[in-house]
Design a protein around this ligand. Structure first.
Ligand SMILES: CC(C)(COP(=O)(O)OP(=O)(O)OC[C@H]1O[C@@H](n2cnc3c(N)ncnc32)[C@H](O)[C@@H]1OP(=O)(O)O)[C@@H](O)C(=O)NCCC(=O)NCCS
Length: 150
């Protein structure tokens, strides 16, 4: 499995992957393209045997990052692909904290984030539609050693 930057030629395959993962609430092709082209956004894909099996949209403004979307094809789950996609986005040394929101019923995603060290910091009431549901807000603090002055 390789993790590479998403390119315009991946748009269609990623769109199909998102539809498989999120059904009718999946991003449209236009939303996906604008996310990929946004200045602060980094979209990556996981590729296995030349097939796109995972997708991550990550945004970074100054030292603050956010996980906007992560999805892995149902046939390729529990193989560490989502973890690898997220860890590759977190390797940027300038990051100090990462935030994300997740549906409170989305246990696989909640387990994934908690296994990576994300901590629950709050709830956004009625944040999601179709179906209406609260979002849980998670934060991952980076406790890097301060530079030594001696
Ligand atoms: C959530 C999702 C991205 C996880 O992808 P994945 O590649 O299967 O996750 P990983 O294999 O990297 O899992 C890493 C860890 O997360 C946890 N985890 C992931 N899926 C889990 C599940 N179904 N049940 C319990 N724990 C789970 C486990 O701790 C796992 O480690 P382990 O397999 O060693 O026990 C995937 O289920 C998915 O695409 N779901 C639909 C889209 C979605 O809901 N995205 C999140 C939106 S916020």
């Amino acid at each position: 499995m390789r993790i590479i930057k998403m390119l315009p030629e991946h748009l269609n395959d990623v769109r199909v992957l998102l539809e498989r993962c999120f059904g009718e609430s999946a991003w449209s092709a236009e939303t996906l393209r604008s996310q990929m082209e946004k200045a602060d956004s980094r979209c990556t894909v996981a590729v296995e045997d030349d097939v796109i099996v995972g997708f991550l949209a990550f945004e970074q403004i100054a030292d603050e990052g956010s996980i906007v979307e992560v999805a892995v094809h149902p046939d390729h789950r529990r193989k560490g692909i989502a973890r690898a996609l997220i860890e590759s986005a977190l390797s940027d040394d300038s990051l100090k904290e990462i935030f994300l929101e997740v549906r409170e019923s989305n246990m696989p995603a909640i387990r994934l984030y908690e296994s990576l060290g994300f901590e629950r910091i709050g709830i956004r009431k009625g944040y999601y539609d179709k179906p209406k549901e609260d979002a849980v807000i998670y934060r991952l603090p980076f406790l890097r050693e301060p530079a030594r002055s001696d």
